[in-house]
Design a protein around this ligand. Structure first.
Ligand code: NIG
Ligand code: FE
Length: 402
């Protein structure tokens, strides 16, 4: 067993008297890939102390759960800097999408890239997330939009998980955009998505299913067909919902007991109530809000009032959030959305785990996974406070130094 001392631990456990579930002068015992004991150093049972063969002095570090980025489009070809310029010149995200740019442009470059090329480009982004203590990462497909290219993206995602000390959770996002070859035949493309899903699932490539419910993407009725198919395979669903307009996506997702609804700037009261009843997590994406220069803030007070768990993610993607810093997202969640630093950190730990349907991580407690990060900060709020700093000293993944 391994012991860490000379640290404070922000356990992020729910419902503790201390903010952040903080334990000062803590000890943490790891047995294999799991936490065996977490508490005040003074309370560490002598026999456990004696059984620790590896003893680590954390030199005053703050320890938090490994960070969880629960919404990314990490794998893609090319970039969209030209669209950034066009938007600064007055074009809107929706204008660009309607003119064949936007997601469709990334689909072209992703299809043109080999799996190896995608891997090389994605590794650069992954390295930055890993450097900030991310131990679990969700990666969506959705820039292939054919069986061959969606498979390629998902295989690259699995490969990145295998080649790093990192858990990758894959999400099939076949219903992300209408590919050019299906112009004006969106129902036919949904049929195509329904043929891709079981095949990719049978190849072990799909952990969850997502869709983009929006006037520039798919209607609630089309999303419902995709979700029915997911349900018949026993796969959990998530939804890009109410980002640019309120299409009732949240209520639809809640009917399918979605793990999460993501974006939610235009979420209605009915949507929030439905999410609360279904225990669907609200994943907020301040990077996309910032980068698209949105002005409508997600209804934070309403989410709190309904008791909806809030997660924060990078939404790393080339069009709306070319961002590889989850710490920066914590800051933006506070400055732009007025979350507290504690809510923001819960959003990238406990609630992010919930948004992925994982109950073995996201908090530091006996029996949970030994995924944690040592930070060179005195108090937890500093993680959300600094802009562009990275105080990560060390990351432990499944009990091992990364
Ligand atoms: O989360 N909303 C849809 N999907 C992405 C954007 C993808 C893109 O523009 O390439 C998002 O914002
Ligand atoms: Fe997204």
């Amino acid at each position: 067993m391994k012991l860490w001392t000379h640290c404070s631990v922000a356990t992020m456990a729910a419902g503790t008297a201390q903010p952040y579930g903080l334990i000062e002068d803590a000890a943490l015992v790891v047995d294999g890939a799991l936490l065996r004991w977490v508490g005040a150093r003074a309370d560490l049972p002598a026999e456990l102390d004696a059984a620790c063969t590896q003893r680590n002095d954390a030199r005053g570090a703050l320890i938090t759960p490994g960070l969880i980025d629960c919404h990314t489009h990490l794998i893609y070809g090319g970039d969209r800097a030209h669209e950034f310029e066009a938007r600064l010149g007055g074009a809107t995200y929706e204008d660009i999408a309607r003119q064949g740019g936007g997601i469709a442009s990334t689909v072209r470059s992703t299809r043109a890239a080999s799996a190896d090329e995608l891997k090389v480009q994605s590794r650069v982004r992954l390295k930055q997330l890993l450097g900030e203590g991310v131990t679990t990462l969700e990666i969506k497909s959705g820039y292939g939009l054919t069986l061959e290219h969606e498979r390629k993206m998902l295989q690259v995602a699995r490969d990145l998980g295998r080649e790093n000390k990192l858990d990758v959770r894959t999400t099939f996002l076949g219903a992300h955009a209408l590919p050019a070859e299906f112009a004006d035949r969106s129902d036919d493309y949904v049929d195509e998505v329904l043929t891709m899903l079981p095949l990719l699932h049978s190849e072990g490539l799909v952990d969850a299913v997502d869709a983009f419910c929006e006037r520039i993407a798919f209607s609630p009725a089309q999303v419902a067909r995709v979700f029915e198919a997911a349900r018949s395979l026993g796969l959990p669903v998530k939804l890009h919902a109410e980002q640019l307009s309120d299409s009732g996506g949240a209520q639809l997702a809640a009917r399918f007991e979605a793990l999460s609804c993501d974006h939610l700037e235009w979420l209605s009261e009915e949507g929030a109530a439905a999410m609360a009843a279904a225990q669907t997590v609200a994943v907020l994406l301040p990077g996309a809000f910032y980068f698209l220069r949105e002005t409508k803030v997600p209804p934070i007070a309403m989410l709190r009032r309904h008791g909806v768990a809030i997660a924060i993610a990078s939404d790393c993607n080339p069009g709306s959030s070319p961002c590889t810093s989850l710490l920066l997202m914590l800051n933006m969640a506070c400055t732009l959305f007025r979350l507290t630093p504690e809510e923001a950190l819960a959003g990238a730990t406990r609630h992010a785990a919930q948004a992925l349907g994982l109950n073995d991580r996201g908090v530091l407690a006996a029996g949970k996974r030994a995924d944690f990060v040592l930070w060179d900060v005195q108090r937890a709020a500093q993680l959300a406070y600094a802009l562009g700093a990275n105080p990560c000293i060390q990351t432990i993944f499944k009990g091992e130094t990364r």
